[in-house]
Ligand binder design. Structure first.
Ligand SMILES: O=C(O)C1=N[C@H](C(=O)O)C[C@H](O)C1
Length: 299
């Protein structure tokens, strides 16, 4: 299990590869995670938004976790394994968190309960109950997806809970990270890829970034430069991937990332489970051109 001090750097939310039939593709997953584990990343997130949590069954989460642990063991890599257990039902979230603990998760990622638009007290109580399981919790604020926004008081209250080691901040702005880090409330990880450099500059200790599935070392370099106070160099480095990030979020995540990974032969297929669909032909063309340009600039 990990603590607040270990929540920094680049944590990669993994995709869940499927065969064209829709079945889990563990062979692709193994190839893909073996490749990711070669980078100096500080965590792998299973069953996040990028992992298509809404359509992945829990027994599949178990298979993905065991496969990940096996790969890391074989490669002698001790990268924290974090499992997304958050749902919009407190009891289900507790049960999944207990199961994640039994699986040996180093921490769990718990999204603010979505869709039902609970009160701030309800959200606080949701997190309080989940922390009672005893596995470290990373709270996940993503108002554009949940339909509810944490007040600063709620965010601070959650961060102060024993058992909460940090927050993934996917809010569309700098207010949350600025205020939480100013008040030394704990580790804040950027979860909104375009804001990565800005949030690091405002005190975030790292990021959980779908786009770090590609050019992982650039995202690591940006983090390291900002941590060393070389903020403008960090920005220049980050600028190289900004056009790519824009394209990766032009259509719903993780469809564009899956297309790139399939196109590069890392995974066998860009299949997504409905209601998610593969990216449009125009975006495929734009991404292919952009990646060729980035490769040329980097070589
Ligand atoms: O899966 C994740 O974790 C992420 N999800 C966000 C989203 O899809 O909204 C984006 C972020 O890069 C990581």
């Amino acid at each position: 299990m990990i603590g607040r001090d270990e929540l920094h750097g680049v944590l990669v939310p993994v995709v869940t590869p499927f065969l064209p039939s829709g079945e889990l593709d563990l062979a692709s997953y193994t190839r893909y995670v073996e490749k990711l584990a070669e980078h100096h990343i500080n965590g792998l997130i299973i069953n996040g938004t990028t992992g298509e949590a809404p359509t992945v069954r829990w027994d599949e989460v178990v298979q993905l976790t065991r496969a990940t642990q096996q790969i890391l063991k074989e490669k002698h890599r001790s990268i924290p394994v974090i499992i997304g257990t958050g749902t919009n039902d407190t009891l289900t979230t507790i049960q999944r968190t207990e199961q994640a603990a039994a699986l040996g998760a180093d921490a769990v990622l718990v999204v603010v309960p979505y869709y039902s638009k609970p009160s701030q007290e309800g959200i606080i109580e949701h997190f309080r109950r989940v922390t009672e399981v005893g596995v470290p919790v990373i709270a996940y604020e993503i108002p554009a997806r949940t339909g509810v926004r944490l007040t600063m008081h709620t965010a601070k209250t959650i961060m102060e809970m024993e058992g909460v080691i940090g927050m993934k901040d996917s809010s569309d702005g700098l207010e949350l990270v600025t205020e939480l880090t100013r008040q030394d409330a704990g580790a804040v990880l950027c979860g909104d890829d375009l804001y990565y450099h800005a949030k690091l500059s405002q005190g975030a200790s790292g990021g959980i970034l779908a786009s770090a599935n590609l050019y992982t070392d650039i995202f690591i370099e940006v983090h390291d430069l900002v941590q060393k106070g070389r903020v403008m160099e960090g920005k220049r480095s980050f600028d190289r991937v900004v056009p790519l990030i824009r394209k990766l979020f032009q259509e719903p995540n993780p469809a564009p990332i899956k297309w790139v990974l399939a196109n590069q032969g890392v995974i066998a297929s860009d299949h997504l489970r409905l209601p998610m669909t593969r990216i449009s032909q125009p975006l495929q063309k734009e991404l292919a051109q952009l990646l060729t340009g980035i490769e040329a600039a980097l070589n």
